[in-house]
Design a protein around this ligand. Structure first.
Ligand SMILES: [Zn+2]
Length: 73
């Protein structure tokens, strides 16, 4: 088996799986989503593609996301 070490994450906008480095990370803090530009914010993260369509869907699904975050806790 030859898998290598590419961490895959799921985009919350479109649901596709992509290498972590290709996705933007968001962190939920105090009920607000923050873009983790420096990749070092502490907290539970969610990932989203860098394109606008995904970002829009991601924004719209914030309520759902909060539930997701709770489930991950
Ligand atoms: Zn996406």
């Amino acid at each position: 088996m030859k898998t290598g070490h590419v961490p895959m994450r799921t985009c919350r906008g479109c649901g596709r799986k992509a290498p972590k480095v290709e996705l933007t990370r968001f962190v939920l803090r105090k009920g607000l989503l923050h873009e983790d530009t420096g990749k070092r914010m502490v907290g539970r993260g969610a990932y989203c593609c860098a394109n606008v369509a995904c970002r829009n869907r991601f924004e719209k699904s914030k309520k759902m996301l909060k539930r997701v975050f709770r489930f991950q806790a």
